[in-house]
Ligand binder design. Structure first.
Ligand code: FCB
Length: 428
């Protein structure tokens, strides 16, 4: 299947009851931007965007539920809000789009934030109650669930490198968040299977490639391994084994062991790491490969072999793979065309040797609110004018439509949309 992915806070608009809204109000986002009306999906524009996706040959869509709308206060459930998502799931199916629904994509209600958010040890039970509510309402229309988007980003970006709220650097707190996320995922997984035995449940793991800058250099190799384990492996291994380890911290969560029916992979880019005698920077300077092509805001490098490595890493877990996100920020839409074709070529290579890759979700359908980077970074196949809500189709939407419709790509397609990567894709 071929689709696109979105998340509630990034597209809905009018979400004023979660911790990201509070963060935006405190002018923490670059240039002081706010999500505002976003792509106005709460106002109903998901319908026209789903039409676009279906007309462009897509047959799946991954979207998320906004917890703060379903449970606006600790003791109140909003059934009307729940119905909004039932309509979306039905609307997706009616257009031939298989819905994949994420229960938590970075945002949680303000009342929960006041209790400590993911640091609060009662949060896993609250997440389970929320899961039960949502799954009971949507189970007739949704059979693929994603519990939590990118737990390692929540842990590392919120509590170690500190770009996301609550923007602290504290390994002890980071570990308690990881521990609660793992407990919450496990509780949610078991609850979904109890309510809907035939459902398939997983998470979206973010994998960032980290390679030695000098492959023959032992210290570069060692550093790359340490950094990759720290960032990429701890949560995934927690789910696989029921044992969570982060630096000096560890915990057993036996009920989490084996709680994924597919492996959800989010991949964007890859870094190189080079040993340097700089203890303050953990002895390693990370950078994009020197001759890699980088996106307009320097956010990512086009590293298709990094995608291959990410897929091979995911495949170690022996599960069917769903690429839950892959895409590029590029308002000019030329980087994206090269990126898309080169990444899809790596998918094709692995599918050819029977790697069980089931779905590819491109991030994203339409431009949306890009977290701490606000509206600067544009990931949509459709461009969004946030003042007028007008959409404009980018060339990549046509390219992706051709891929979806033919379930592949051809030399002609590459010639037409990205002739400058032709020789790289088809060397003589
Ligand atoms: C991922 C997030 C997604 C989007 C993309 C660009 O880490 O899951 O919401 O911001 O990055």
């Amino acid at each position: 299947m071929w689709g696109t992915a979105t998340s509630s806070h990034q597209v809905e608009g009018g979400n004023t009851n979660n911790q990201w809204h509070a963060w935006e109000q405190a002018s923490k986002v670059e240039r002081g931007e706010v999500s505002g009306l976003a792509a106005d999906w709460w106002g109903g524009r998901w319908r026209e965007d789903f039409d676009r996706a279906a007309e462009a040959g897509q047959n799946a869509h991954r979207f998320s539920i906004e917890w703060s709308r379903i449970q606006p206060t600790a003791d109140r459930w909003d059934d009307e809000a729940l119905d909004h998502y039932v309509q979306m799931a039905k609307g997706a199916l009616a257009r031939g789009l298989q819905p994949v629904v994420t229960l938590h994509h970075f945002t949680h209600p303000l009342w929960l934030d006041e209790l400590g958010g993911w640091e609060y040890e009662g949060t896993p039970a609250l997440f389970e109650a929320y899961t039960r509510r949502v799954v009971s309402a949507l189970k007739e229309h949704v059979s693929l669930w994603c519990t939590i988007n990118e737990p390692n980003i929540l842990v590392v970006v919120g509590y170690v490198v500190a770009y996301f709220p609550p923007q602290v650097t504290d390994i002890g707190r980071a570990f308690s968040v990881a521990h609660n996320l793992l407990r919450a995922h496990a509780a949610s997984y078991h609850a979904i299977h109890e309510i809907q035995p035939g459902a398939r449940v997983g998470l979206a793991h973010h994998y960032r490639g980290i390679k030695p800058a000098r492959p023959g250099h032992p210290l570069d190799r060692l550093l790359a391994r340490i950094q990759s384990r720290f960032f990429n492996d701890f949560f995934v291994d927690g789910v696989a084994t029921g044992k969570l380890r982060l630096l000096q911290h560890s915990a057993r969560v036996p009920q989490a062991r084996g709680t994924q029916d597919y492996f959800g992979l989010n991949y964007y880019t890859e870094d190189e790491v080079r040993f340097a005698w700089r203890p303050a920077e953990a002895f390693g300077a990370r950078a994009f490969r020197q001759d890699a092509e980088v996106s307009p805001h320097n956010f990512m490098a086009n590293e298709p072999l990094g995608f291959r490595r990410a897929l091979l890493w995911a495949n170690r877990y022996g599960l069917p793979i769903i690429v839950t996100e892959n895409g590029a920020e590029d308002e000019r839409d030329d980087f994206r065309r090269r990126y898309l074709l080169l990444q899809v070529q790596q998918l094709w290579r692995l599918v050819n040797v029977n790697t069980p890759i089931e779905v590819y979700f491109h991030w994203s359908l339409v431009d949306n609110f890009e977290w701490d980077r606000g509206w600067q970074q544009r990931f949509g196949l459709w461009e969004l004018d946030i003042e007028t809500q007008a959409r404009r189709k980018r060339t990549s939407a046509n390219l992706y439509a051709a891929i979806c419709q033919s379930n592949g790509f051809s030399t002609e397609l590459v010639q037409q949309y990205a002739p400058d990567v032709f020789d790289e894709m088809f060397p003589v």
